[in-house]
Ligand binder design. Structure first.
Ligand code: NCD
Ligand code: ZN
Length: 348
């Protein structure tokens, strides 16, 4: 029997880029419509490195979603110079829920990132003590390491030694893309979790080269081969509580993607929960969707689960070719294509 509709606890997005200014105003309502809460990435320019900057950014986000009950969960951007005092202040603030590690140069706006994780030991020590999770962009940046191997090498060179020095530190391995990462997270203790994006569940690396170069399917970590995608699908279908929803929705204006040096990032906030639902339905794991989308994230972060619900219907919708974004446009995931699920409008 096919499931025609499903009602789940209101989901959260545990990895999201909202940007700033007019772009923030354009994209934040998409997330507020789908999710109750989201972990908001701090890779602005300049990066959100202090509690003061995070408060100001929080205010701008709240203004952008005025009238909704969306709750932004803020993060700090870890640098070589982040002090234990700043971490303590972040923990006390109560609205900062994680600290993000971008290896310097790994991805969009990561120039201020960490050059050597050992420079951050004082901050990590304090995070371990406070129970404040480290959120990692898990790729090394060395130009001599093949771009498709950077996640695996990060595990060996950065993650394992860091976990050795801070065995109790909570770590979220963000947007995992490989069987290596799946195995690593599965085999680690309960303080290690991982987010999985919908695009890494939907596509393998062929999607970047279908009939020509497809810049809108380019993100970091880059899409991997099919066997890795299958490992991600098995991980989420297994119902293992270490794997939870994080879209990594990362909007860039169309002209910055369709360029001789296009930006990394896929915008998925417009239909994220519908697309996850389609994936779980396709692999016969729709009974595992609610826990993945709504339970395992808050459980890992030590936050309450949401109390509201949303209903998804098996009913087709066509995704627009683009959405307006500030004075430009953004091309969404599945632009111009039809997808099989949609959220039931609240007042239908
Ligand atoms: C993100 C962005 O654009 O900010 N890009 C991406 O491809 N995911 C940065 C990131 O999370 O790596
Ligand atoms: Zn991201």
């Amino acid at each position: 029997m096919t499931t025609e509709s499903i009602t789940i606890t209101r989901p959260d997005d545990w990895h999201l880029h909202l940007r700033d200014g007019d772009v923030l105003n354009s994209v934040a309502p998409f997330t507020a419509k789908q999710f109750q809460r989201a972990i908001v990435m701090p890779n602005l320019k300049p990066a959100v490195t202090t509690v003061k900057q995070a408060i100001d950014y929080l205010d701008r986000i709240l203004a952008a979603v005025e009238g909704s009950d969306f709750e932004p969960l803020m993060t700090l951007y870890l640098t070589d110079n982040t002090s234990a005092q700043e971490i303590m202040a972040a923990h006390k603030s109560c609205f900062i829920k994680g600290v993000k590690l971008y290896p310097a140069g790994a991805t969009t706006n990561s120039d201020e990132g960490v050059t050597d994780i050992r420079n951050c030991d004082a901050a990590l020590e304090e995070m371990q003590r406070a129970g404040l999770p480290l959120l990692v962009h898990g790729e090394v940046t060395d130009s001599d390491i093949d771009v498709f191997d950077r996640e695996k090498v990060f595990i060996d060179r950065v993650l394992i030694p860091t976990m050795g020095r801070f065995p109790e530190l909570k770590i979220v391995f963000e947007h995992i893309t490989t069987a290596d990462a799946v195995d690593f997270v599965q085999d680690s203790g309960p303080n290690i979790g991982a987010t999985v994006t919908v695009h890494h569940l939907m596509y393998n690396r062929n999607a970047m080269f279908e009939g020509g170069i497809r810049p809108h399917n380019y993100c970091l970590p880059v899409l991997k081969r099919e066997s890795h995608r299958q490992a991600l699908l098995r991980a989420v279908a297994s119902g293992n509580a270490k794997f939870f929803l994080g879209t990594d929705s990362a909007p860039h204006a169309r002209n910055l993607k369709e360029s001789s040096c296009g930006c990394a990032g896929i915008f998925s906030a417009h239909a994220a929960i519908e697309l996850y639902t389609a994936v779980f339905d396709l692999i016969g794991a729709i009974d595992k969707l609610e826990a993945f989308a709504s339970f395992y994230g808050p459980d890992f972060y030590g936050l309450p689960r949401n109390s509201g619900t949303i209903t998804l219907e098996k009913s087709e919708q066509t995704i627009p070719e683009s959405y307006p974004m500030a004075d430009q446009s953004v091309v969404p995931l599945m632009a111009g294509q039809t997808i099989p699920w949609k959220i039931r409008p609240e007042h239908a």
